[in-house]
Design a protein around this ligand. Structure first.
Ligand code: G3P
Ligand code: MG
Length: 242
């Protein structure tokens, strides 16, 4: 159980405003092994860290990320809706995040949020930044858009990739066999020991999302998953490392 790694989902989403530097810093402090974050592209082509296609849910403004420039996006507050204590938190760019994390002992899972909007050259831009910061060995790229995963493989075969799944299709084993990727990121809800062992037999690293309750974290660890993604990394460390 102690071998399972802990990835902080959207930073420390349960205790800090998701996908902000405050959340990422808290994830590091909590002792997580890695950080998962979500990336979209601004209208002027800058990868920024936010979960939704719009600003509406998590910030003080509204509108679609793809229609807004980086300057527009930098105006909005991404912390105050979570709590007044975090007022002033901004939407980070991926570059700002890399600038903070590159000299830290943390793994990185960049989720490309291109399953709804087909952001032009999102893959190229993310890869360029990873190379700029020499993060090839510490970064896992994932997406629900498996076409994008194929594109990433062609563009940067040396950077690890993972297939994300919401509801697991019946033929998931065949999909894993055909894709021959390194990572399998299924939804934790509904995951069974059989599914974990089928994926591991194929050589996949299994990293379910998300487990927030100690009993769920322990159950997944017993299944033999490699990583548990959680909104509460400090709780996961306390639960799994004691
Ligand atoms: O990458 C795992 C997980 O983050 C996928 O779902 O909606 O939280 O980005 P979501
Ligand atoms: Mg995500």
């Amino acid at each position: 159980m102690k071998d399972v790694m802990i990835f902080a989902h959207r930073g420390s989403k349960g205790t800090r405003p998701e996908n902000t530097m405050a959340a990422f810093m808290e994830a590091e402090k909590s002792g997580a092994d890695g950080i998962e974050l979500d990336v979209h592209l601004t209208s002027d082509g800058v990868p920024v860290i936010i979960h939704d296609e719009t600003l509406d849910r998590t910030t003080t403004s509204t509108g679609r990320v793809e229609k807004l420039t980086l300057a527009d996006i930098k105006e909005v507050d991404a912390g105050v809706k979570f709590s007044g204590e975090y007022s002033g938190e901004r939407i980070p760019t991926l570059k700002e995040f890399f600038d903070w994390i590159y000299n830290k002992n943390l793994l990185i899972n960049v989720e490309l949020k291109n399953d709804v909007v087909a952001y032009k050259e999102l893959e190229e831009k993310v890869i360029r930044l990873i190379r700029e910061y020499n993060l090839e060995q510490r970064t896992i790229l994932s997406s629900f858009n498996h076409e994008s995963i194929r594109k990433l493989k062609a563009l940067a075969p040396d950077i690890e990739r993972a297939l994300l799944f919401e509801n697991l299709p019946d033929d998931y084993e065949r999909l894993l066999t055909e894709a021959k990727e390194a990572g399998f990121h299924p939804k934790a809800k509904g995951l069974t020991a059989e599914i974990v062992s089928a994926a591991k037999k194929q050589g996949y690293k299994v990293r379910p999302w998300i487990a927030n309750k100690p009993e769920d974290m322990k159950r997944l660890a017993e299944y033999g998953v490699d990583v548990i993604m959680t909104d509460f990394p400090a709780l996961a460390v306390a639960t799994l490392r004691q």
